[in-house]
Design a protein around this ligand. Structure first.
Ligand code: CP
Ligand code: NVA
Length: 316
C-alpha cells in the first residue's frame, strides 16, 4: 500500500498532481452533467471537523462525498472530546480507526499539521488561518475552464495578505501563473510563504510581484481576485481594518484598467461594497458562482486522489 498523503498546503502537490486534479475534476463535472454515476469511494467514510463557519466548503465536501458513493460524517470541535481537551494525537488515533479520510477547518495551521502527522488516514485542510488550498485549486480550475489554458494568464490579487493570498502565492508559483498582489502596508502575505513561492517560481517561470497599489496590479490583468478584509477570527479588528483597506475595493474602475475580458473572482462570502462593489460582483465579468460550484468538482478529485491508491488508473 502506498504511504498516505495529505493536502495541508499546495506545496504538498507537484505540478503533475495539480494537473491530474484539474483534469479529473473536469471529467467528473462532465459525468455529473450527463448523469453518469461515479461511486468510486463506496464503503468509505470521511470525517469533517469544522471549528469555523462554512457554507461552500462544508456543503461541497459533504455532497461530493455522497456523490462518490461514500459517507460524510460532519463533526464540530465543540461536540468532539477534542474540544474538551482530548489530545490531538489521541483523537487522530481514534479517527484513523473509524474513518478513511479527514477534512478539517480550524484556526491554527499547526494543529492540522499535528493531526496529519498523528493520523494514519489522509487529512485535507479545509481552511486554516494560514492556508486555503482547496479554494485555490478550484480557482485555478475555473480559470482553465474559462480560458482553456493557464498560459500567459496574469492574476491580480487585491486585498488582505491572508490564508487565501498565501495559497494563491503557492498555487501560482507551482503552476507558473504570473501574479501581482496589492495589499495595504502591514497586511502583506506571510513572509515565509513569499520566500517559498519565489523559490518555486524560479523553476516554473511564474512572475510574482507585491506592491500596495491596486491599480498597478489590475492594469492588463486577466483575473481580478479579492477576499474579505476581515477573516474569520478577526472580528474584533473590523473597524481598524475597514479604515486600513480604504481604496482596496475591487470595483468597475479597476475592471476598466484590466483586460477587456478580465474574470472577476472572489472565494466568497463577499461583503458587498467593502472588498468588492455589488455591481462588479454581479457584473458581466464576474465568474464567482461558477467558481463556487467548481469547489464541488475539484474537491471530489482531491478526495479520490488521496483516498484511492489507484485513482490515476480510474482517471488517467
Ligand atoms: N470560500 C469558502 O471557503 O467558503 P465557505 O467559508 O462558505 O466554506
Ligand atoms: N479569508 C477568509 C476566507 C473565507 C473563505 C477567512 O478566512 O475567513
Amino acid at each position: 500500500m502506498a504511504p498516505k498523503k495529505d493536502l495541508l498546503r499546495l506545496k504538498d502537490l507537484g505540478r503533475d498532481e495539480v494537473d491530474w486534479i484539474l483534469r479529473t475534476a473536469g471529467r467528473m463535472k462532465q459525468e455529473r452533467s450527463q448523469g453518469v454515476p461515479h461511486h468510486h469511494l463506496a464503503g468509505k467514510s470521511l470525517g469533517m471537523i469544522f471549528n469555523k463557519s462554512s457554507t461552500r466548503t462544508r456543503i461541497s465536501f459533504e455532497v461530493g462525498m455522497f456523490q462518490l458513493g461514500g459517507h460524510p460524517v460532519f463533526l464540530t470541535g465543540q461536540q468532539l472530546q477534542m474540544g474538551r481537551g482530548e489530545t490531538v494525537a489521541d483523537s487522530a488515533r481514534i479517527f484513523s480507526r473509524y474513518l478513511d479520510g479527514l477534512v478539517i477547518r480550524t484556526f491554527d495551521h499547526a494543529e492540522v499539521e499535528e493531526l496529519a502527522t498523528q493520523a494514519a488516514i489522509p487529512v485535507i485542510n479545509a481552511l486554516t488561518d494560514k492556508f486555503h488550498p482547496c479554494q485555490i485549486l478550484a480557482d485555478i480550475f475555473t480559470i482553465v475552464e474559462k480560458r482553456g489554458t493557464l498560459e500567459g494568464v496574469k492574476v491580480a490579487y487585491i486585498g488582505d495578505g491572508n490564508n487565501v493570498a498565501n495559497s494563491w502565492l503557492l498555487g501560482a508559483s507551482i503552476m507558473g501563473i504570473d501574479i501581482g498582489m496589492a495589499t495595504p502596508k502591514g497586511y502583506e502575505p506571510d513572509s515565509g510563504v513569499i520566500a517559498e513561492a519565489c523559490s518555486i517560481a524560479k523553476s516554473t517561470g511564474a512572475e510574482i510581484s507585491l506592491c500596495h497599489d491596486p491599480e498597478e496590479v489590475a492594469r492588463g490583468a486577466d483575473v481580478l481576485y479579492t477576499d474579505t478584509w476581515i477573516s474569520m477570527g478577526q472580528d474584533s479588528q473590523a473597524e481598524q481594518r475597514k479604515r486600513d483597506f480604504m481604496g482596496f475595493c475591487v470595483d468597475n474602475s479597476l475592471v476598466a484598467v484590466a483586460n477587456p475580458d478580465v474574470m472577476v473572482m472572489h472565494c466568497l462570502p463577499a461583503h458587498r461594497d467593502e472588498e468588492i462593489s455589488g455591481e462588479t460582483l454581479d457584473g458581466p465579468n464576474s465568474v464567482v458562482w461558477d467558481e463556487a460550484e467548481n469547489r464541488l468538482h475539484v474537491q471530489k478529485a482531491i478526495l479520490l486522489s488521496l483516498m484511492r491508491d489507484d485513482a490515476t488508473e480510474l482517471y488517467e
